[in-house]
Design a protein around this ligand. Sequence first.
Ligand code: ZN
Length: 134
Amino acid sequence: MLKKIEHIGIAVKNLESSNALFKKLFGREHYKIEKVESEGVSTSFFMLGETKIELLEATNEKSSIAKFIEKKGEGIHHIAYAVDDIYAEIERLTKEGFEIINKEPKEGADNKLICFLHPKSTNGILVELCQEKK
Ligand code: ZN
């Protein structure tokens, strides 16, 4: 079961200027910046009640964020849902016919195990599942 929206990921060209922009929008500062070298991204996080907003900037040209921005421009990149047991959810959703991009969960930002569902099996939205690492 997916519990709640954990965060919404937004692809941006420049993390620094977007941090300033979203600070104005939200009326608060981001609470952390984290590089995920394996994914080729720099991220920042804002807390809005229960939900976080994650800004993602590519750190190299091969990063999926670089490719996304090249194709679609800046904007909503993914919606992340919190789960208690990512392995059980991968199994359940595979049986339901969803295409899981990485069946072996990987380390994401913010102390999470994550996996992605292919947008072609979810009406065009890249879905991230994330489980707090214990
Ligand atoms: Zn995310």
